[in-house]
Design a protein around this ligand. Structure first.
Ligand SMILES: Nc1ncnc2c1ncn2[C@@H]1O[C@H](COP(=O)(O)OP(=O)(O)OP(=O)(O)O)[C@@H](O)[C@H]1O
Ligand SMILES: [Mg+2]
Length: 287
């Protein structure tokens, strides 16, 4: 559905390329995660593919057609959730959706139904200037779905949402995958990426440093650990490499001598994989 070849881009008046030659392909029905620290070029890549910025080098093919050859019909096929919500402040939530719906050739979705899906039915007739940040984010999210597009782009869709609303958005994204949609998900939330994505790409400083299924990356770069909590005047917590655990003298000593409170194995996280690959720590920049 999406084929990117040697993509390069620099913003006007900038000497260095923001995107420095990246390649990736997204298959139909796949959720593809773009994961990386602030300033890596995630939103810029989404903006290039959704034609919010132009002047790139390289090839961008969408649904088997060069992006440069698509006319405005392109927007009937893609739905875009922007990084920062931009609604008409004086219009209500429902009026905003109606206005955007009028830009498409068809809008098969029931607009009130969409608002209901993200818990905005009661706020449908309230001006968006009076919406909270999370409400604006949720309206922004469903705006991408109005015309039931084949490809969806979501830029940080759960940022600024409380856990219940974030969970709801993630469930809707999973439903969209079930319906066969192709989804490009930009995030620096490793948990969201791990849960939702079939494959993720780690991007930093305009380059893709690794790309694979989350599970495969964790197996390749992470090491499974055993976490042991024991009581020794106070509660202690230690971690051991699962490999050759039986030969680990410190572990054997604790097992024999201490009162064990809990023991559980821990899979490597995408965060640890990211640190290994890039030397940068994602958690430090999480909002
Ligand atoms: N309109 C612009 N003009 C000039 N430079 C820009 C512009 N937008 C972004 N940049 C620069 O391009 C780089 C990549 O920005 P981008 O928004 O793609 O990052 P990101 O990976 O989405 O980060 P974040 O996680 O903070 O959203 C940054 O160095 C940023 O300063
Ligand atoms: Mg961004």
């Amino acid at each position: 559905m999406i084929d990117i070849e040697n993509l390069r881009f620099s913003y006007p008046k900038q000497t260095d390329d923001t995107i420095k030659g990246i390649n990736f392909s997204i298959k139909e029905g796949e959720i593809y995660g773009f994961l990386g620290p602030s300033g890596a070029g995630k939103s810029t890549t989404q903006k290039i593919i959704t034609r919010l910025v132009n002047g790139f080098q390289g090839k961008v093919w969408i649904m088997g057609k060069d992006l440069k050859n698509w006319n405005n019909d392109y927007y009937n096929h893609i739905g875009v959730g922007f990084e920062l919500p931009n609604h008409y402040a004086k219009l209500t939530g429902l009026e905003n959706l109606k206005l955007f719906a009028s830009l498409y050739d068809k809008f098969p979705q029931n607009l009130m139904g969409l608002l209901e899906q993200v818990g905005l039915a009661e706020a449908a007739h309230q001006k968006t200037q009076d919406y909270s940040k999370g409400m604006k984010m949720r309206l922004n999210f469903v705006r991408a779905l109005i015309h039931d597009p084949d490809i969806l782009f979501f830029d940080e869709p759960t940022t600024g949402l409380d856990p219940v609303n974030a969970r709801n958005i993630k469930n809707i994204i999973k439903d969209l995958k079930q319906q066969g949609k192709t989804i490009f998900l930009t995030t620096h939330n490793m948990y969201d990426a791990d849960e939702l994505c079939d494959r993720v790409a780690f991007i930093t400083e305009g380059l893709i440093k690794a790309e694979d299924a989350p599970k495969a990356l964790k197996l390749k770069y992470g090491k499974p650990l055993l976490n042991v909590e024991y009581e020794d005047s106070d509660l202690k917590s230690v971690e051991f490499d699962l490999k050759n655990l039986g030969q680990n003298q410190e572990f054997m000593k604790i097992i024999k001598k201490q009162r064990i409170i809990s023991m559980h194995t821990r899979e490597a996280s995408l965060d640890e994989v990211f640190v290994k690959i890039t030397g940068e720590n994602l958690t430090n920049i999480e909002e």
